[in-house]
Design a protein around this ligand. Structure first.
Ligand code: HEC
Ligand code: HEC
Length: 252
């Protein structure tokens, strides 16, 4: 008895979320790209996207829930998928993102849900670009063939796994790189690492003991109190800072 009351309640809650008749094209994809940053810790999109903590989200519009092969979905999601033959489209994704735990009780997706309808619209208008074989509003399943033959956009730049660049001795000796890197050092690093920074704020660098890969890694990914600069500086800029730190011109 109590059980069925709870599920009726849940149904009502999810049903209210469903009411806005939905078109992802009504959102703002630029804002959606910004909002998608709340998803990228767990989800990848774009050509070559791999599963992470969550399944990759290419072609998610028009895909049956829980069907990425080899991804380890929760029992909760699989049960819901089987019971309702849950297909992801504007309305179901909307409902899910409004409150993942309301829609799929027990899902392992660690995201509380958006509060505002507009946010979900914006997010969806961005995400739908990675479902190029889906006809917006159609609510029909997209065949795997159609998915396979559609061209996906490239991954968002801050998501792309960056390869550690090669640091040739030619590059490390390149005057322009050293000069550019030195300017960036002066603007962004010296106030913590430099001689005039207050002692203890950051260690004095000892470039003679570093490999280029080490400096690049610390700079890109940060470490403890050292901030990460990956989204601040372009790859070229970070490379040039490495060249500067390891050059004879380096002066903290
Ligand atoms: C902390 C990690 C995390 C975050 C943040 C997150 N998700 Fe998820 N997501 C998951 C996990 C884990 C699953 C699988 C859930 C399950 O099996 O119950 C999932 C599943 C999904 C699914 C169902 C996919 C399928 O193949 O059936 C969609 C759609 C989705 N997430 C969209 C999003 C969007 C959009 C965002 C950002 C607003 C987001 N998620 C944020 C972890 C996350
Ligand atoms: C807010 C202060 C701060 C700024 C700004 C900063 N760093 Fe750091 N950096 C640190 C701290 C603190 C550490 C020590 C982290 C640890 O190992 O605990 C560190 C560590 C490092 C290391 C590793 C040192 C070692 O010997 O282990 C390198 C290399 C480095 N920083 C380079 C840079 C560069 C290049 C910049 C400019 C883009 C920069 N840092 C900007 C605080 C800062």
């Amino acid at each position: 008895m109590i059980r069925s009351t709870t599920s009726t309640l849940l149904f009502l809650v999810t049903a209210t979320f469903c009411i806005p008749s939905f078109s992802a094209s009504k959102g703002n994809p630029v804002k959606g790209a910004e909002l998608f940053k709340q998803c990228v810790a767990c989800h990848n999109v774009g050509e070559g996207a791999a599963d992470g903590v969550g399944p990759q989200l290419n072609h998610v519009f028009g895909r049956l829930a829980g069907t990425i092969e080899d991804y380890n979905y929760s029992e909760a999601l699989l049960a819901k998928a089987a019971e309702d033959e849950l297909l992801w489209h504007e309305e179901t994704i909307y409902t899910f993102l409004a409150g993942p735990q309301f829609f799929i009780k027990g899902t392992t997706m660690g995201f509380a849900g958006f509060r505002r309808e507009k946010e979900i619209r914006d997010l969806m208008s961005y995400l739908i670009q990675f479902s190029p074989a889906y006809e917006p509003g159609s609510e029909t399943e997209v065949s795997t063939d159609a998915m396979a033959s559609a061209t996906l956009p490239p991954p968002p730049s801050d998501q792309a796994e960056e390869e550690v660049p090669e640091f040739s001795s030619e590059y490390l000796a390149l005057g322009d790189a050293i000069k550019g890197g030195g300017e960036l050092w002066g603007k962004q690093c010296r106030h913590c690492h430099g001689n005039s920074a207050y002692p203890g704020k950051a260690p004095k660098l000892t470039p003679a003991t570093y490999t280029p890969d080490f400096v690049f890694d610390r700079l890109t990914n940060g470490f403890k109190k050292m901030p990460a600069w990956k989204t601040v500086f372009s790859l070229e800029e970070r490379k040039s800072i490495v060249a500067y730190v390891l050059s004879d011109e380096f002066s903290p």
